[in-house]
Design a protein around this ligand. Sequence first.
Ligand SMILES: [Fe+2]
Ligand SMILES: [Fe+2]
Length: 469
Amino acid sequence: MAQSLESIPNNVDLSSDRRLQRALEQWQPNFLQWWKEVGPDGFQGHQVYLRTAISVEANGWAHFNFVRMPEYRWGIFLEPKSERKIGFGDLMGEPVWDEVPGEHRNALRRIIVTQADTEPASVEQQRQLGKTCPSMYDLRNLFQVNVEEGRHLWAMVYLLHRFFGRDGREEADELLQRRSGSHDKPRILNAFNEPIDDWLSFFMFTMFTDRDGKYQLAALAQSGFDPLARTTRFMLTEEAHHLFVGETGVDRIVQRCGELAAAGKDARKEGAVPFELIQKYINLWFSLSLDLFGGEVSSNAADFFAAGLKGRFREDTLGEHKAMGQIYRMEVPEGGELVEQEVPLRNAMNEVLRDEYVKDCQRALDRWNKTLASAGATGMRLRLPHRRFHRGVGPCAGLYFDPEGRFIPEQEWKAREGEWLPTAEDRAFVKSLMHPVIERGKMASWIAPPPKGINGMPIDFEYVKPPEA
Ligand SMILES: [Fe+2]
Ligand SMILES: [Fe+2]
């Protein structure tokens, strides 16, 4: 079943670099072993209608055909090289680097490993979901996300092997050794150790947590380390589909909920997700994902920006690229109250990126609220909680805020937490809805059908075929 290295689609001239080839040849069987052990449980022999990137050109990056997942062609692609200059920070205007500058080696390795770790982690988190898919269309989308996260791991491992020598090889091995949720060797970031064992969580994850990934990748797409910038630019094209899966998945759950409410029916009795549960899951996944941006005030973020390692979202469209002598105002908790603090802009880069993310999430919320309105569910409105709510990172961690961002005493939090975040009962109810629906074109009772199929195919297309007997 294992593929030869020559079959790996790439535009990094893999065949001419013997040292790199040897490193990847050693890593590849371990990757496949990892995929078998903790990748999608079941379905490994099924034929899945998947998109495979076979080149970076418009006609090559979205090639559709039926493949068995272990035979997916995980490729290595960088966006074609262009005459880029460093676009921000202290080295603004200097040529970008094709190799890793010695003084930034540790920082870049850490940035790459942290990003890379999220890719296999999410595959592990989602491995049981196939068994309870709400439709064949959704099953195919799950597997598309899974194989592409696998490819993103390849993309990052290529950078580690190609540019970081022995350390890079060791890091690449460890990426296959950590496990989501493991006690001894957990994944690096917290949200990637949360189990995702129901589809409401899956859609929330691809909506909110993958969206953090989009903003991190977009910031790295500006990097002065050109291979990293070019890799992440290509990853972003695939990531867009994951965000689509999440945003439209939640939208279809919202639609079903709204239609039942408009008809005066009880969502629970109809086997759908009640409105307040959708809100609680939004509160949970939005707050967990906000933490992924890091602390509000960060000297690391300032250093990365100054050195040209990590820029802002769409840095190239901003008017000013040095971010020197400017301040960012934020409200921070101090001695039991909120005070306004002035922070040098460079130290607020995490918060600047988080601002863009919050705007994007609000746009999706507005869309879901439109769906509720057009379903006739008057009076139902979903809201994003305040960014101080339920934080585990930054100055609000360990303090208590309600979804409006107001300080509350610990006792009140304990009494009301269950109004705002999913309780054990809520989770059990959501789980009780999860029964597999795999007949072509059918949908589970808790989700509306999508408006259209994948790649121009009908909604009732046979996206996943059982192994041939
Ligand atoms: Fe990814
Ligand atoms: Fe993703």
